[in-house]
Write a protein that binds this ligand. Sequence first.
Ligand code: URA
Length: 288
Amino acid sequence: MSASDDRQRDLIATLDFHVAAGVDVMLDEHPHDRFNEADAPVRAEAPRLETQPAIAETRPRLELPPRGEVATQVPTRTYGQSAAAKPGEAAGDARARAKDVTSLEELEALLAGFDGCPLKFTAKNLVFADGDPTAKLMFIGEAPGADEDRIGKPFMGRSGKLLDRMMAAVGLDRTSAYVTNIVPWRPPGNRNPTPQEVSICKPFIERQIELADPDLIVCLGSPATQAITGTKDGILKARGRFYPYHVAGREIRALATLHPAYLLRQPLQKRLAWRDFRTLRAALDGKA
Ligand code: URA
């Protein structure tokens, strides 16, 4: 491997690190020392020391390779570069396209080719779904994390393992449920998806529910509960409740519960989730 290959690999690793940490937009190709710009306002109480050379003059300027060499590695898309120019337009575009697909496979292919959500350009993979799409029960989480992004399936990391244990406690597993998220791409740095990102992706999850046609939905955590049920209540108020959900001319129910990631941080709250999962079991048995 040549020195320039090494340099390119290091540069890409640095960019990967920044994207994973949530720095997902590149404003310029070169770093700026904002403290030392010639036209920076100089505060009266802090006069510039003319006897010292400016920092930028003593430090060699970092020359990056021409843009084209790393362009495929640098996810710098913004709404302005997507197929639809603004979040509102992207959501409208998503709705129009989602209406046209007639199977889950077509929906997945549509999402794979959809450029309207900027998260797509920072994520490694589309995370569409796991489990049995013909199951009558559908779990909906928030957005993929690092493990899901790497593997391309929802709930693969620590919260996924906890979700599996919670399901097993009421006699369920991924062969008896369909599992997905309201947003199918990982937000950089595991931040929460923004309201704009959720609204762009919402037509897709709505169509996914319609095509999977479950009898019961379980919303994991507040963003999924609010996006699916429309409630503005926080999750501690919403959990344990059934909300009506209208799909393809019929009314089904959506049960809100706590997100496994929250339970990993607040293990005492598992007792509340356990109550919700017993309610879920009762509903599946026709007793709630
Ligand atoms: N959290 C989610 O909401 N979804 C996943 O797929 C993983 C973690």
